[in-house]
Write a new protein. Structure first.
Length: 56
């Protein structure tokens, strides 16, 4: 395997890693937002998400 081929493979792996990291950061951010909203549900019980859950 030539160095040029290895270099292209390494670059492609870096692109895939960046994409996967971005996806994981998005999931972690959504989880953090859910926990943040859960705090408000515990405080006043008037959170929009909780209200929608009761209506359904």
């Amino acid at each position: 395997m030539s160095f040029k081929r290895r270099n292209s493979d390494w670059q492609a792996w870096g692109q895939h890693r960046r994409r996967a990291t971005k996806f994981m950061v998005k999931r972690n951010r959504e989880q953090a937002i859910a926990e943040y909203q859960a705090q408000f549900e515990d405080q006043d019980g008037k959170c929009r998400l909780k209200k929608e859950g009761n209506e359904k």
